[in-house]
Design a protein. Structure first.
Length: 115
């Protein structure tokens, strides 16, 4: 396991982002997805052990994706493919847990960091 010795945990945070079924299966190869899924738990454990702030970001849209601007090319592709709809399997993470405490699950940051 790698060490985080060169990172100051008092001034750094681990951002776990896009760790969702649609992202892991539609923007990565199966091998890349499996590698990411295998590495994230150890990375989270290292960050927690170091006392680092840990933040999970979950991207999810209402049906029809009314939040997506047509000028946003990435999210327009997500919209066109019906991906990351709140409550869908594609918007969930592989473990089936949101990973946040105190957040709304609607694209807002959690009220307190997950440690």
């Amino acid at each position: 396991m790698h060490e985080l010795s060169h990172i100051d945990p008092r001034s750094a945070a681990l951002l776990v982002m896009d760790y969702q079924v649609d992202t892991l299966t539609k923007f990565m190869t199966a091998a890349q997805s499996a590698d990411a899924i295998a590495r994230v738990p150890d990375l989270i454990a290292m960050a927690r052990d170091a006392g680092m702030m840990l933040t999970h970001v979950v991207v999810a849209f209402r049906p029809g994706h009314p939040e997506v601007s047509p000028r946003n090319r990435v999210f327009s592709a997500v919209k066109a493919n019906g991906m990351l709809v709140a409550g869908s399997e594609g918007a969930s993470n592989p473990s089936g847990r949101s990973g946040t405490r105190g957040g709304t699950g609607r694209g807002q940051a959690p009220h307190q960091p997950v440690r």
